[in-house]
Design a protein around this ligand. Structure first.
Ligand SMILES: [Zn+2]
Length: 181
């Protein structure tokens, strides 16, 4: 076993001449040695670290594009099953960084991903609603009967709050299924 980092840093230890101890503990011990730590600090490895950081940022940017994609589908009242083709189109149009999520073809663009992203967005909206409700000195609740697209009866609940500048804000809170009424 060799350590390419130590070899590149021209260090002299068992991992630069070839370590014949193949136990996992030998590797664990090696990464803790001062030689290996010094090799990690060499500028060229610093460059590698910068490349890694850049790749992580690109993946985050790609994930943000995916989140915005889901958000757009919801705002336009489109089904989440359109998410894979939406992402495919964005990739074909050269949307920045999307290729960074393409680890194994389409794994990151299935509808399950869209469901999970939607759950994250919903959690965020719920958190915002909660903090608005907590911060508002007055809260008005509005309720109205409505039906969904399958004509099931629902009770729409809205709240009206005021912000720090006493500006009113109306927010949709939830949609309760009414089994009988
Ligand atoms: Zn090393």
């Amino acid at each position: 076993m060799f350590c390419s980092l130590c070899i590149a840093a021209v260090a002299r230890n068992s991992f630069t001449v070839g370590c014949s101890n193949f136990r996992k503990s030998a590797l664990q011990d090696h990464v803790m040695t001062s030689d290996h730590k010094a090799a990690l600090a060499v500028p060229q490895h610093q460059e590698n670290k910068e490349l890694c950081d850049k790749a992580v940022l690109s993946k985050q940017a790609a994930m943000m594009t995916a989140v915005r994609g889901v958000s757009w589908l919801i705002k336009e009242d489109l089904p989440l099953s359109k998410f894979p083709s939406q992402m495919k189109l964005l990739r074909e149009c050269g949307a920045a960084n999307l290729e960074f999520l393409d680890v194994s073809k389409d794994v990151h663009y299935d509808t399950r991903t869209a469901d999970e992203l939607l759950e994250c967005l919903a959690e965020q909206v719920a958190e915002e609603a909660k903090s608005e409700l907590t911060a508002s000195p007055y809260v008005a609740v509005m309720a109205d009967e409505t039906t969904d697209i399958t004509v099931n009866k629902r009770l729409g609940l809205y709240v009206r709050t005021v912000d720090a500048d006493m500006q009113p804000k109306t927010r949709f809170l939830t949609n309760v299924h009414v089994p009988d009424g």
